[in-house]
Every structure is written in C-alpha cells, then in structure tokens.
Design a protein around this ligand. Structure first.
Ligand SMILES: [Cu+2]
Length: 102
C-alpha cells in the first residue's frame, strides 16, 4: 500500500509541472522576472530576426542554449529551488530573473 501512495504522488508531480514561455524579441526577454515551481520548464523562443545565446551560470541552475537562431525554441527544466540569473551572451543588456520556489 505504501508503494502505491508514493507512485501516485510521483505521477501527480509530473502532471502538475507547467511549461512557461519566454520570448526573445527586439533584443529583450518578454518579461524581466518570472516565478515558477520546481519541476517546471521554461521554453525560450527566439522570435527575433537575429541570433541569441541564452544561458545561466547561477550555481545549481546552469544551462546554455548556445547559438539560437531566429524561430528556434528550446525548453529548459528547473528542478531546484533558487534564483537564476538568465542572460544572453550576445546582448549583455538582456536579463531575466527566474525564481524557482515551492
Ligand atoms: Cu541576445
């Protein structure tokens, strides 16, 4: 019985995970800050006509989408709680704060 309960929780967690969309447009992110829950994902979509390189070097929340051309999109999972600073290596003024908390 105990195993069944754990399995049910695991499935519920996966079903509750949400995907959020952040657009790159006019050399900026579509919002400057977003708050999500652990296990959620963010899809970064480049709707500009130029290339971006979105990344985070925040410890425990690192990722690097590398060169992301016009029309490309990539989905990044955020498993851990914390605050990630997301930047673009090509456009230093692009900045997004991702708050991950339960
Ligand atoms: Cu950029």
């Amino acid at each position: 019985m105990k195993k069944l309960i754990i399995a049910a929780f695991a499935v519920a967690g996966a079903l509750n995970a949400a995907d959020h969309t952040i657009i790159q447009k006019d050399r900026a992110f579509s919002q400057t800050e977003i708050t999500i829950k652990p296990g959620d994902t963010i899809t970064f979509k480049n709707t500009d006509d130029i290339t971006h390189n979105v990344f985070s070097m925040t410890p425990g929340m690192e990722f690097d989408l590398r060169r992301q051309g016009p029309g490309a999109s990539s989905t990044v999972p955020f498993a851990n709680e914390g605050t990630a600073e997301v930047r673009c290596s090509i456009h230093p003024r692009m900045k997004l704060i991702v708050n991950v908390k339960k």
